[in-house]
Design a protein around this ligand. Structure first.
Ligand code: 0WD
Length: 268
């Protein structure tokens, strides 16, 4: 019997097999969970690449629901939650693994971010959690749990992370306010702050490879984390093992976030 035997949930944010949401899904599936998934709507319905990529991954693990969802479209969210209610009745967990900033605003200095770029980034990367949480409240069982993904760039200045760091700062505070408001219903919400992992999204962040090298040299464990490690801790936070944990941001980064200066062996 697995940790998630008899449990159901929704996962938002699998783009491909490198996605962090996929690593979390693999672990949840291994522990017995049954899940529904969303993908970004395909621009050309004749060539549904997003849908195909997701189907290829989640059909073999018995996906109960596969739906298009752009979190900027309230009608898409209405559809997803209505279908989830029909399929599952109620669910035990919701995974939010979504972030986006227009590339020109992400690459440029934060001070030059356009108003529209700022609003789009905040809408997709932060407001989406708020609206998902509000809708999830209606179908989550007491004891249910929500998980979002964040990064150290929301706490400290990470050059190159720019406007996304501002989004993550807002996201982490949102986790706390939502934890306060959902707690009386027995619903938990937490953030997982992952170390750098090569994915479609992270390839858009400036100088990603040197970030991997820095973690390798500076993190207490002297290495980077794997997607599997992030998946394991994600599953833990969503599971009953974390029944007393809410409003938390848990770092899965080989300890990098505690360092204030490079270790002595970094220079040798
Ligand atoms: O190093 C990393 N990869 C880290 C990622 C370190 C720490 C945190 N994170 C966070 C990201 O900021 C994000 O919140 O983890 C989350 C997942 O990111 P990921 O797994 O690195 O990236 P990816 O596989 O690209 O998944 C993010 C997905 C999108 O993928 P693409 O690449 O197609 O933009 O977010 C989804 C989409 O599936 N997404 C949306 N979903 C619905 N509506 C939207 C939207 N408007 N925009 C993006």
């Amino acid at each position: 019997m697995g940790l998630f035997t008899g449990k159901t949930g929704l996962v938002f944010g699998i783009a491909n097999d490198h996605s962090i949401a996929w690593a979390i899904t693999e672990k949840l599936h291994a522990e017995g969970a049954e899940m529904g998934f969303t993908h970004l709507p395909d621009k050309d319905p004749q060539r549904p690449r997003m849908e195909h990529r997701l189907r290829k991954l989640v059909e073999p693990i018995g996906a109960k629901l596969i739906l298009p969802c752009d979190v900027q479209q309230e009608s898409h969210l209405d559809q997803v939650f209505a279908q989830a209610k029909e399929t599952f009745g109620s669910v035990d967990f919701v995974v939010h693994s979504i972030a986006y900033a227009p590339i020109e605003d992400l690459k440029g200095q934060t001070i030059n971010c356009s108003r529209s770029g700022f609003l789009t980034s905040m809408d997709i990367s932060v407001y989406s959690l708020l609206t998902l949480a509000r809708r999830s409240r209606d179908i989550l069982k007491p004891g249910g749990s929500i998980l979002t993904l964040t990064y150290l760039g929301g706490e400290k200045v990470i050059p190159g992370y720019n406007i996304m760091g501002v989004c993550k700062a807002a996201l982490e505070r949102l986790v706390e306010y939502l934890a306060h408001e959902l707690g009386p219903a027995g619903i938990r919400i937490n953030g997982l702050s992952a170390g750098p992992i090569k994915t479609l999204s992270s390839s858009a962040v400036g100088d990603f490879d040197s970030m991997l090298k820095l973690y390798d040299a500076m993190a207490p464990l002297r290495r980077n984390v794997t997607a599997e490690e992030v998946g394991k801790t994600g599953a833990y936070l969503l599971s009953d093992l974390a029944s007393g944990v809410t409003g938390e941001v848990l770092h899965v980064d080989a300890g990098y976030h505690i360092m204030g200066a490079p270790p002595a062996d970094m220079h040798t």
